[in-house]
Write a protein that binds this ligand. Structure first.
Ligand SMILES: C[S@@+](CC[C@H](N)C(=O)[O-])C[C@H]1O[C@@H](n2cnc3c(N)ncnc32)[C@H](O)[C@@H]1O
Length: 546
């Protein structure tokens, strides 16, 4: 941490650059919640019939270097993607990647959002992530205009933004960081100094029980885990204009758009606050927008990922469980015992035994219903992949037994029971994922394994890769060197040999009993013993095609 009291410049700050994203590029990553597959789910749940994602047109405004859009285009060859990015440097980087991968279904345009017009055509999905709060009002209005004029009738738009009341507190921290950092000349110094100021304040304002000290500490903790490029653009940029949710909804409505929901649908459910609060919210709020505004007050919400549709669409807020039949389900939850530890097996036929399931974030849910327990087993076996709802219902019934799985009456009953159970779980926790398309990947490494081309490329350049679930996967050193070799030409012996060469060159540290190995023979033997588990792990991360 730099000393904030040394280094204070005497000169005036340099004039701001024309485009700060040219100077400090934003690391361009995938965001699974923006994927058309997830937007399809929100539309479907609320009574729309969005365009199937396997054949759709997608527009992303402020797409940076295409880290979100390019993996979508790679996975969905029959869909078409257009990205718009003001920073020449980031747009060029994205265009270069598109060219290198020979992708014909995506164009990243170096252009201003203000210049998007009808020549771009209509889109089934519009994505605007991390842009709205950071652009001037006229660009915000243009974003609404584009959504209103260029969405297809069943089109769905995702717009994320900073919101009040949460940003009042964060904005106070931002003001202090901006005041201090504006005295320094380079983005790097400004970022360092912003962190140093927060550190200084958190250490100095220390009294126990002091709300201000607690706030500073919490902000410091949050920012400690955030990358410099994020801190710079989120906190030190000139424009960052949060607004209340009701203001966002009103402005969208004035442009001919309607609030459809949130990317994280569970945050829309008043029942998640418990019966007493739900009762009061029902009295206070006469519509969904008011209910959500009051929930933002309760949560001190800072950020929203709002889904919009055209004004003429009539959302149906009471979700019809039948709609799950067009969706795909996933879950990484595991059954746990009373001590909270995973249990190896579950009695699927007992209607008395209440089984709890725990997801990766620690949330839990419990059920006595055999069909739901069986479905959780099918999903656990398929994780991190998806299972189409109808197949899930069929396989769950086969596990439970007790009837002919092809009997239409039983199918109708099972569909209802399972859909309601899964929906309750989806709305009340993060244990169940719903997708608008299947997520397919190789669950086991073949004789000559093949990893996703983009992930191979990313592994050569850094420590992260994008997987089939449209997530960022952090790679350990072995995976980083192994992934680029998985191009279908290397069997296990060849992989061990090539990795041995990498280790001998010093680029990969291979250890045994905590000691680094230098002898090629010893390195080879050590790698031979880990190659299968390493490949199994890469398959589990949804990075393999074959
Ligand atoms: C905070 S970054 C977010 C990038 C990306 N969407 C993400 O979430 O990682 C905002 C992006 O919007 C771009 N941008 C800002 N104003 C723009 C405009 N008027 N036209 C096109 N792009 C713009 C910036 O250059 C930058 O790449």
């Amino acid at each position: 941490m730099p000393d904030m009291l040394s280094d204070v410049p005497t000169a005036n700050p340099a004039a701001p650059p024309v485009n700060t994203y040219d100077e400090v590029p934003y690391e361009s990553h995938p965001f699974s919640q923006t994927h058309p597959s997830r937007l399809f789910v929100v539309g479907t749940l609320f009574g729309m019939r969005p365009t199937p994602v396997q054949r759709c047109r997608v527009l992303e405004l402020g797409c940076a270097a295409g880290g979100n859009l390019i993996p979508m285009a790679e996975y969905l060859p029959d869909s078409e993607f257009v990205g718009v990015e003001l920073s020449a440097r980031q747009a060029r980087e994205g265009q270069e990647l598109v060219r290198q991968f020979g992708l014909k279904n995506i164009a990243i345009r170096h252009a201003n959002i203000m210049d998007v017009d009808e020549s771009y055509g209509l889109f089934d999905y519009v994505i605007v992530h991390g842009v709205f709060s950071w652009v001037p009002t006229r660009v915000q209005e243009k974003i609404f205009d584009i959504c209103a004029k260029q969405l297809t009738p069943n089109g769905v738009a995702y717009v994320s933004y900073n919101t009040y009341p949460g940003w009042h507190m964060r904005g106070m921290i931002r003001d202090m960081m901006r005041y201090h950092s504006s005295r320094f000349n380079t983005p790097q110094l400004r970022t360092q100094q912003a962190r140093a100021l927060l550190d200084f304040l958190a250490q100095s304002v220390r009294q126990e029980g002091n709300a201000y000290a607690a706030l500073l500490k919490q902000e410091l903790e949050t920012l400690r885990h955030q990358a410099d490029h994020y801190l710079y653009h989120e906190h030190l940029e000139e424009v960052n204009d949060p607004l209340y949710f009701y203001q966002f909804a009103e402005r969208a409505k004035a442009k001919g758009l309607k609030y459809l929901g949130e990317a994280r649908v569970g945050t829309m459910v008043t029942g998640n606050f418990g019966p007493d609060i739900e009762k009061t919210l029902k009295i206070l709020a006469t519509d969904q927008i008011q209910a959500e505004q009051y929930m933002d007050f309760l949560r001190n919400r800072m950020f929203r990922e709002t889904i919009l549709c055209l004004d003429r669409v009539q959302p149906v807020w009471a979700v019809n469980p039948e709609c799950l039949r067009v969706l795909h389900v996933a879950s990484a939850a595991k059954p746990i015992g009373p001590d909270g530890q995973p249990i190896p097996s579950v009695n699927l036929t007992s209607e008395q035994e209440n089984i709890s399931y725990k997801g990766p974030s620690g949330m839990t849910m419990a059920t006595t219903r055999p069909l739901l327990k069986a479905a959780m087993k099918v999903l656990a076996d398929a994780t991190p992949g998806t299972v189409p709802f109808d197949l899930l219902r069929k396989q769950a019934r086969e596990l439970v037994g007790g009837g002919d799985p092809t009997d239409p009456k039983l199918i109708a009953e099972d569909t209802q029971v399972l859909a309601v159970g899964l929906l309750n779980c989806y709305m009340g926790s993060d244990l169940i994922e719903l997708h608008g398309m299947p997520i397919t990947f190789a669950r086991q490494a073949g004789p000559k394994p093949v990893a996703l081309p983009l992930a191979r490329f990313q592994a050569q350049r850094g420590q992260t890769a994008t997987n089939r679930r449209h997530e960022v996967v952090r790679l350990n050193d072995l995976d980083k060197h192994l992934l680029p070799l998985l191009d279908g030409t290397n069997d296990r012996d060849a992989l061990v040999e090539k990795l041995t060469q990498v280790a001998v060159s010093g680029a990969l540290n291979v250890q045994k009993d905590g000691l680094t190995l230098y002898e090629p023979k010893e390195i080879r033997a050590a790698l031979k013993s880990v190659i299968d588990p390493a490949l199994a792990n890469i398959a589990r991360l949804a990075l393999l095609i074959q």
